[in-house]
Design a protein around this ligand. Sequence first.
Ligand SMILES: NC(=O)c1ccc[n+]([C@@H]2O[C@H](COP(=O)([O-])OP(=O)(O)OC[C@H]3O[C@@H](n4cnc5c(N)ncnc54)[C@H](O)[C@@H]3O)[C@@H](O)[C@H]2O)c1
Length: 252
Amino acid sequence: MDRFQGYSAFVTGGAQGIGAAVVRRLLGEGARIVVADVDEGAAHKAFGDVSGVRVVRCDVGDADSVAAAVAYAGEEFGRLDVLVNNAFAPDRAEDTDDEWREQFDVTLLGAVRCARAAMPLLAAAGGRGAIVNIGSVNAEAYFGNHAYSAAKAGLASFTRTLAGEAAPLGVRVNQVTPGTIATRGWESRPEQLAALAERVYPLGRVGKPEDVAAAVAFLASGDAAWVTGTTLRVDGGLLAVNTHFSEVLGEF
Ligand SMILES: NC(=O)c1ccc[n+]([C@@H]2O[C@H](COP(=O)([O-])OP(=O)(O)OC[C@H]3O[C@@H](n4cnc5c(N)ncnc54)[C@H](O)[C@@H]3O)[C@@H](O)[C@H]2O)c1
C-alpha cells in the first residue's frame, strides 16, 4: 500500500515501542516522518540514517519544545498531514498532587500542546489533516495506575471534543486504544506476559507494536476519510470479553 505518498507525519515518542512501529508503518507506505522524542539519542539510533525520516528532540511536557519541533517539521517538509500523539509519562509515582500533575502534563496536556501547535499546518493540508491519539484500555476499566488511567480518559474525551472543533477545518481526530503491547515496559515481566496471553486475552496473545501501527495507519489515511471522533480498540478482545466469567462456566 502507498497511502501516504506525499504526506508528512509527526510522531511523538517515535524512538521506540509503538511509536517506532508507527514510524516504520507510515514510512513504508510512503510518508516522510519527523520523529519527535525526548530521548533524541534513541531516536537517532533507531532512525538517524533512514531516508525520509528526520529526528528532533521534543519534550511534549514543554510548550516551547513542542512549538519548535512542529515548526521544524513544517519547514523541513513544507507541510504536515498527520500528527500521532503517542508520547506518555511511564512509570511515574502517583501519590502526591505534583505526581498527578506531572502525569497529566505529559500524557494529556502533551497531546493538547502538539495538537494546538500542529493544527494550522494540518488545516492547511487540503482535507488530509489527521490526528491519531494513542489511548489505553486503562481509560475504560481498572488495570492499575490511577493517574495514568485518568489522563488517558481525558485524552479520550479530548479526542471527541477536538474532533468537533477540527471538523470544520477539514481535520479528523481519532484514537487507537491498545491493550497490553509487548514494549520495553514489559521486558522484565515475561512470565506475566505469557500468563496474560494464556488466561486473559481472548485472542490468545498480547499485542505487538505493529498491531497498533496498522490501526493508526488506517485512521490517519484516506481510507478513514469519513471517520472522526472515534476510538478503535486494539486489545485482542480484552474489554469486550470477560474471560474470567467464561472460565467459571468452563468455556474459556
Ligand atoms: N505498551 C503497552 O502495553 C501500552 C498499552 C496501552 C497504551 N500504551 C500507550 O502507547 C504509547 C506508547 O507506549 P510504548 O509502550 O510504546 O512506550 P515506550 O516506553 O516503549 O516508548 C515511549 C517513547 O516516548 C518517549 N517519551 C517519553 N516521554 C516523552 C516526552 N515527554 N516527550 C516526548 N517523548 C517522550 C520515550 O523516550 C520513548 O521513546 C503510550 O501512549 C502508552 O500509554 C501502551
